[in-house]
Ligand binder design. Structure first.
Ligand code: SF4
Ligand code: SF4
Length: 373
């Protein structure tokens, strides 16, 4: 059994993992749809936060409720909810981010019952004078909603413990990112992807322990440098649940050294102030964190952060992963592309659905892009 087997097994069948986890621990499981969910509060309530990733195995039931021009992530999540495969969930949380998630929330509330359902109406503009206090008030309301739904009391002490756990997890993940950016050969992109995805599913104490072991092993692993001719890439977009992309890039003599994904570095970024009142610390992280295009702090903020990311990791190019019909990211793309062009950073746009385009075709596209680099 290699050191990544446990992560791979969880990612291969997350529902089986959750059912077993529930049976063994008796704990509640709360599904969530987006990285703007304050997991620390769910964790402090004694429940397991479980990121919903949808399905890549065909979407049928969801099409009765959502237009086919909604992104496949939202359609896939609804499909899973309607199919009954998520019956282990005790409830679901929907942060108000993009329009599609907001509509998913309404449809879920009416059709995927009797689990509890909580909307989290976060501010859109994060740089106004009132945003911080409003965000703290919303988190306070979320805490109360969750206490009611789960029949528990969330204290400042349990919140502080949760914050410490998440700070440790995020710090270890960032260390792993940094090690891999320097020595990508020590772990394949596919294995790295499994760890990232499992981190949003599995028991967080177990995750902490396993991450600690892996980081220690990686730090001590005999390292080689990136082979000459290998091109370093940054992935950007919303989510990436296709481990095949990493294989395809590596087969084309490329390597992903960093990402700007909501199921990637945007999820792990940011340390919470352990001395501040817990809800204020959680709010502050959202205000400081790299934003996604469903939020607003400035007109060029995302593009500037991406250019900085490319420079910092000395990447040769950017791959923009765009889920079809994802309006927030599609609206972002032209100005980000313009900004990358003006900095002479090559960029490739990959339109994706729940399934990737045929392997050979994609391989050729990546080979061509990497040759250009
Ligand atoms: S891109 Fe933004 S709104 Fe969409 S799922 Fe990710 S964090 Fe949420
Ligand atoms: S931000 Fe885009 S990918 Fe994420 S849920 Fe909304 S439409 Fe889908």
């Amino acid at each position: 059994m290699d050191k990544f087997t446990e992560f791979k097994n969880i990612v291969t069948d997350p529902y089986a993992y959750c059912r077993k986890y529930k049976e063994e621990t008796g704990k509640k499981i709360v599904g969530y749809t987006c990285s703007y969910t304050p997991e620390e509060i769910i964790y402090a309530a004694g429940a397991l936060p479980f990121r919903l990733f949808g399905t890549d195995e065909g979407i049928h039931r969801a099409d009765m409720h959502l237009q086919s021009y909604c992104c496949s992530l939202v359609r896939g999540i609804l499909e899973e909810g309607l199919s009954g495969r998520l019956d282990f969930l005790d409830g679901a949380v929907f942060p108000h981010t993009c329009d599609s998630i907001q509509r998913l929330s309404d449809i879920w509330r009416l059709n995927v019952t009797p689990q509890f359902h909580i909307d989290l109406v976060l501010p859109v503009k994060l740089n106004t004078t009132s945003a911080r206090q409003y965000l703290i008030d919303i988190l306070e309301k979320f805490k109360k909603d969750l206490e009611r739904a789960l029949g528990v009391k969330i204290t400042d002490a349990t919140l502080s413990d949760a914050i410490k756990t998440y700070n440790q997890i995020r710090a270890l993940m960032m260390q792993l990112y940094a090690i891999r950016a320097q020595r990508p050969e020590i772990m394949s992109g596919r294995d790295f992807h499994s760890i990232i995805k499992a981190a949003m599913i599995m028991d967080r104490q177990l995750l902490l322990k396993k991450l600690g072991e892996i980081v220690a092993q990686m730090q001590n692993a005999p390292g080689s440098k990136i082979p000459p001719g290998t091109k370093k890439l940054v992935l950007t977009g919303s989510i990436c649940s296709h481990p095949d992309i990493y294989d395809i890039i590596e087969n084309a003599q490329g390597v992903v050294v960093w990402d700007d994904l909501c199921t990637g570095s945007r999820y792990f970024e940011g340390v919470l102030d352990e001395k501040a009142p817990p809800l204020e610390a959680i709010a502050q992280r959202y205000l400081d964190r790299a934003i996604c295009p469903a939020k607003h702090v400035g007109l060029t903020d995302r593009g500037e952060s991406l250019v900085q990311m490319v420079r910092k990791h000395q990447a040769d190019g950017v791959v923009f992963l765009l889920l079809k019909f994802c309006d927030p990211h599609a609206f972002d793309y032209p100005y980000i592309k313009e900004m990358l062009d003006s900095e002479n950073i090559p960029c490739m746009l990959l339109d994706m659905e729940e399934q990737l385009p045929a392997g050979g075709q994609l391989q050729t596209r990546f080979e061509t892009f990497i040759q250009i680099l």
